[in-house]
Structure formats: structure tokens, C-alpha cells
Design a protein around this ligand. Sequence first.
Ligand code: ADP
Length: 273
Amino acid sequence: SRPMRVSVQLHPYGRGRRLLLTRDITGIEQAEAMRRDFVANVSHEIRTPLTVLGGFIETLQTLPLGEEDRARYLALMSQQAQRMQTLVSDLLTLSRLEGSPPPRAAEWTPMATLMVQCEEDARALAAMQAKDLHIEFGPPPALEISGEPHELLSAMSNLVGNAVRYTLDGGSVHVQWRDLPDGRGEISVRDSGVGIAPEHISRLTERFYRVDRSRSRETGGTGLGLAIVKHVVQRHGAELRIDSTPGVGSTFAIVLPAGRLRPASATAGTNAR
Ligand code: ADP
């Protein structure tokens, strides 16, 4: 922890008198330090793929490469460009979430719709990463949820995406709905992945916080996923629960307040995309 910082000012008032004003600026300094850290992090995250891209371009310009090598270099370049695109897209999502008031006009979306689309995302990601995982979604509840459907889907897909990315070949990912006795509901994502040591858990939702930087990068991580989840969860009055054992697996769960849930109507569901 840092020491408290105080600003001291002498204000003249009356005849030759001075008023000593002190102000606690610890909070202001911390906010400023966090902003500086964030800008430094973003710059670093953008510079890395740019450097790699620059290197490839130079190689293509100077070396007489065969057709096959050329294709290989271009594929790697495209990967780096994709990485920057994901980063910028996550940054924009985060800034929208941080800068706008919580969604007011409640839109009701069937939980089944969200779960189906989330499952599609999970399977697509596993296929793209050529991972052999047992992915299982439990039956969706006959409930609708009120909120911003894009945000809710993005939060769920981020959790399921992490479960896929941090679980090794042959592992499993389970997504399940559970009614809680007090009317709340819980959607949980359980994986048999690498797990997280307890000392990291409280910091996971910080922007750019990663337990294993290289594993995050290799699997296309930006370090912003759980920060996005945290904001979406807060904006919907929900709660994020994390439970993990290193080497065994993790469970990330979103607990939704009763007020955002209602029985599913008979009418056709809306599409969250
Ligand atoms: P990233 O893009 O790095 O995955 P996130 O914000 O989504 O960023 O997650 C932050 C960090 O939390 C990850 O880098 C990883 O170390 C850890 N983490 C998140 N989900 C899991 C999981 N299901 N299993 C193990 N570690 C996880």
C-alpha cells in the first residue's frame, strides 16, 4: 500500500493572516497512476504485433522467397493483424461499458437463446484452436432475462471462451443453469483446465491482468475479457463468482438478481446478435 499524499496550500486572508489548507490527494494520484499504467499497457500490447508485422514486411521486401514461404509469412502477418483487431475491439467495448449508464429500457431475452449462441461460439473457438474438448451445455431454464442482450452474450461467451482456452486437449467444459432458492439464478461455466492459484483470483478482472502472459497470448487473449465481464455483470446488478483449483479446473459463475428474471413467454425468442 502507498502512503497517503497530501497537498498543502497557504491562503492569505484578512490582515496578514494565513489559512493552512490540506487536502488528501491519495485518490487522485492513484487514479492518475492507473491511467498511466493503462496507457503504457495499451501501447505495449499494440507495439508487439506491430514490431512483428514490420519484421515480416521487411523480410518479404528483401528476401527472394518461394511461393510456399511467402504464403506462410502472409498467414503469420494476418494473425498479427487479427490480434490487433481483437485488442481494439475489446478496448472499444470496455470504453463503451465504462462510459455509459446502465441499460435502462429492459429488453427480455430467452435464456435459451443466449445459451444456444454461447454454445455455438464455444464450439467454433474450440474448432478454430483445433482443441479436442468435451463441451456440454445443460438444459436452459424456461426463463427470460432483462438487460442488454449483446452485453449478456458477450459476458457469457468470454467466460466460455476462457474455459476453452485454458483447458488442455481431452478436457471438458460444462455450462449449467441453476435456480437459487431465493429467486436468483446462476449460470456457471466449469472447466477441467489449468486452474488459478488463490493469490491471483481477486485481481483477474483488472484490465490486462494475466496469470500466464504467454499462454494468454498464444490462445489469442487480450487480457481484457474478464474486465468486460465484470462491467457487464455490475451493470446488470449481477455478481461474478470465481472458484478455482490449480491443476484441477475453474468455475466462473454469474449470479443474476431475481428482478431480471421472468418465465419465458410463449412467443418466439429474439435473436441476441
Ligand atoms: P485473457 O485474454 O488473458 O484470457 P481475461 O481477462 O479473460 O484475459 O483473463 C485474465 C486472466 O485470468 C487470464 O490471462 C488467465 O490467466 C486467467 N483465467 C481466466 N479464465 C481462466 C480459466 N477458465 N482457467 C484458468 N485461468 C483463467
